[in-house]
Design a protein around this ligand. Structure first.
Ligand code: URP
Ligand code: ZN
Ligand code: ZN
Length: 503
């Protein structure tokens, strides 16, 4: 019934110490963290030797797309296969993007809950808003009541998921009322469409056209616009998949102004560069097509540095996988290549290699960026993201000396390629514990369909604390408590008007 992890270096976001950890597998909780507590270990305890290893909170991937219909395909990892891959890579929770069904948020969430019934690790959802009307306004409250505390606005994918500024502003305002965190996919969708048409006109129809049609300036513009509109409406903002210098500079400037903006780089943006989209083999080049695109090497370098300095806060994957057959839909026209790359299994190892082994991050910084910061942003800390008594027993054991090579031939995702193919990593997750159950050990998965729990995310998380008292450089009209000027001869003012139907 109990697991006693013995002799490891327990690493949390704020400290690390040689400690034993005692876990109750039945309740799925950590019950004790301390020195050597051999004397107190209850019967029915399995001892796990963690000498010379690091014992850390399981990874939380705040950005995935499992079983998602997108661009005429459906991502090939469902909740079971994607989560099994996650467990094999040391991730014990993820937050997936539920999409509305025909713009209906409530139907969308129902659908995603069904998809997630096969789960084998813990999970939660963000909800996308793809249209604005009175029903959206009402439904957002129902969604929050069901344990979702973030809404995503796509500023790209014109004609599909994209919203315009008016829709986004209304959605932001509603997020503020409900204590939910607005998130943006920040690219100027109109300009992307123009760029795509231009590429086709010039005869650039291969995957390189994808990169050329959505340059970083369009990401910077949309990031800056979303940030300014969030300040205007008075809400915090979470920018997903920050892929460029232009976008990260907008995040940095906003944070300097005191605005509450979280910037999320993804593993592909940190570790890869765009040259792969010029590969002479179409199938290879198409593997790397995602949006915003993987950029030139200097962007990756800047993103790694920004992450190491806390300008960007946490690392996700945007795991959205399509097989080579699915990608082939865009053979004659890059606009039809389903966008997305893998990462749910590789994130922990690639971040360890590129950030910790390179000296850019300490192991505590690593824990913050891969686990704790997501738990805090989505208001489930210290239940998740911490090794401490009372926290969920989502724990990984990492051997910093074990070397391995990433390959599609050994990964657990259903995708038939791997964008990190051949990458050598020093440091390996040798054990993953999910809610007190060992789900990955000795290179073997031991996962059970349906054992994963939905984790409700409460509204009004830390990003909302004291927010109304904050002054930003962009002044809200409401902050002045505007009163109309009484003018002689003008009609008396009536009741103020509500912007939306009340519930
Ligand atoms: N990122 C990507 O290319 N696919 C998934 C959808 C999204 O996050 O934009
Ligand atoms: Zn996106
Ligand atoms: Zn995404």
């Amino acid at each position: 019934r109990y697991l006693h992890i013995k002799g490891g270096l327990v690493v949390n976001h704020d400290n690390s110490a040689l400690s034993d950890v005692l876990i109750d597998s039945e309740t799925g909780k950590i019950i004790q963290v301390g020195g050597n507590f051999d004397d107190y270990v209850p019967p029915h305890t399995r001892v796990i030797d963690a000498h010379d290893k690091l014992v850390m909170p399981g990874g939380i991937d705040p950005h995935t797309h499992l079983d998602m219909p997108f661009m005429g395909s459906v991502t090939c990892d469902d909740f079971f296969s994607g989560q099994a891959a996650a467990a094999a890579g040391g991730t014990t929770m993820h937050i997936d993007f539920a999409l509305p069904v025909a713009h209906d948020l409530v139907k969308g969430l129902e659908e995603w809950k069904k998809k997630a019934e096969s789960s084998c690790i813990d999970y939660s959802f963000h909800m996308a808003v793809t249209q604005w009307n009175n029903k959206t306004y009402r439904d957002m409250a129902h969604i929050v009541a069901q344990g979702i505390n973030s809404f995503k606005f796509f500023m790209a994918y014109k004609g599909a998921l994209m919203v315009n500024d008016e829709e986004m502003i209304n959605g932001f305002e509603r997020c503020g009322q409900l204590g939910a965190l607005p998130q943006v996919h920040a690219e100027n969708g109109d300009a992307v469409t123009w760029g795509q048409t231009e590429m086709i006109r010039l005869g650039v129809k291969g995957p390189e056209g994808h990169a050329l049609s959505r340059p970083s300036v369009l990401e910077g513009e949309a990031t800056g616009r979303a940030i300014r509109l969030a300040a205007y409406v008075g809400v915090p903002l979470y920018v997903v998949h920050v892929m460029s210098i232009e976008a990260l500079e907008e995040v940095a400037k906003a944070r300097l102004r005191g605005q509450r903006v979280i910037g999320e780089p993804v593993v592909s943006g940190l570790a890869l560069n765009e040259s792969v989209m010029w590969d002479p083999d179409w199938e290879v080049a198409a593997r790397y097509v995602m949006s915003p695109p993987i950029r030139a090497a200097e962007h990756g370098k800047a993103l790694r540095e920004a992450l190491s300095r806390g300008v960007l806060q946490l690392v996700a994957t945007d795991h959205a996988v399509f097989t080579s057959v699915q990608k082939a839909a865009g053979r004659g026209d890059f606009r039809l290549i389903p966008n997305g790359v893998n990462g749910i299994e590789e994130r922990i190892h690639v971040v360890w290699q590129t950030m910790v082994n390179s000296g850019l991050m300490t192991s505590s910084d690593f824990v913050r960026a891969t686990s704790t910061a997501a738990a805090q942003a989505f208001n489930i800390f210290p239940k998740k993201g911490l090794i401490a008594p009372g926290s969920d027993a989502d724990v990984i054991v990492l051997d910093p000396n074990q070397e391995h090579t990433i390959s599609a031939s050994t990964h657990h995702s259903r995708i038939d390629s791997n964008v990190y193919e051949g990458m050598n990593i020093k440091g390996k997750v040798v054990m993953t514990i999910s809610r007190g159950r060992v789900v990955w050990e000795h290179g073997k998965l031991n996962v059970t369909r349906g054992s994963g729990h939905f984790v409700p995310l409460p509204p009004f998380g830390p990003l909302y604390e004291g927010l109304s008292k904050q002054q930003t450089s962009i002044q809200l009209p409401q902050r002045y408590g505007p009163t109309p000027v009484r003018r002689a001869g003008a009609e008396a003012d009536g009741q103020s008007e509500g912007r939306h139907e009340e519930l």
